[in-house]
Design a binder for this molecule. Sequence first.
Ligand SMILES: Nc1ncnc2c1ncn2[C@@H]1O[C@H](COP(=O)(O)OP(=O)(O)O)[C@@H](O)[C@H]1O
Ligand SMILES: [Mg+2]
Length: 326
Amino acid sequence: MTHAISVTDLTKMFGDFTAVDHISFNVEQGEVFGFLGPNGAGKTTTTRMLTGISTPTTGTATIMDHEIHSFAAKERMGVVTDLSNVYNDLSAWDNLIFTGKLYGLSRQKREQKAEELLEMFGLLEVRKDNVREFSGGMKRRLTIAMALINDADVLFLDEPTTALDVQSVRRIRELIRELNAEGTTIFLTTHNMAEANELCSRIAIINQGRIGTIGSPEELKQAMNKMHSIEVAFDRQLDSLKEKMEELRTVSSVQKQGDKFWIFTHSPPEALAEIFTLAQHHDLKLLTVNTLGPSLEDVFLEITGEQIVQRGKSQMGGMKQNRGGK
Ligand SMILES: Nc1ncnc2c1ncn2[C@@H]1O[C@H](COP(=O)(O)OP(=O)(O)O)[C@@H](O)[C@H]1O
Ligand SMILES: [Mg+2]
């Protein structure tokens, strides 16, 4: 069967820096394929290569069996980049009509598609308003609509919900599900595990330009469930306290972080009960107790045994950005 996307050994170098490092995978028709990774992992670079915006250093890829730079491939795909490509000085209607013209659609076809998409994306009433007055969520919806004017079979979405308010995020996720239900294959990049879990049929985890693993949301969920952690601090030090905690039945591992301990467990309530008992037994007082959701870093380590390293601009303070998220 024709793969929606087929990627073989795709690599992108910037000078001597390897942004994407010999990745290979297939996306089947009808899938929502998640491309999950931290900032700087190579998600946008991959998306740009797959959509013909940037040329691979080595490797090949096809969209519906057509080589990525071919006109036939371009005809089958829609792209929503991480940079909005709407014209602020035009109305939503004019943006769609203009995009339709770029794709060479007939006047009748582009007007019919524009109306249909504005309706589906909840923008029909504001179609004559200047896009400048749109909220971030409305603009993002319009960008996705524009990517669909050509009846794309494969839609690329690069972090479509980043920096939007909760309601807009929910709306966009609903739209992704609707589009997929209507038969559109979706390639979705995200740094948000919950989003990947909620929307995707399969998820590739990318780290430093390499795919660490491709699995189902269930596998990711299982790893996430194992990786809850509790942060505790005691009123005094005690010899081999770390080892004592590691021996507890519900504790998988313990890391010392300054004067605090991070305790990894599949069941925070049971682990906490055990830690309370241990503390009482040694006459220790608990000064801090925090439960933390798993971070992408924790889960990646659990699945692949490899450490995630953040690269690029947002390196500072990035390590814990997902901690505490659902
Ligand atoms: N045009 C470029 N020139 C040099 N380095 C780049 C360029 N584009 C991206 N990079 C680097 O490649 C790496 C991957 O970037 P990117 O694909 O944007 O990551 P992501 O989208 O996963 O956050 C980062 O370290 C980034 O700084
Ligand atoms: Mg990116």
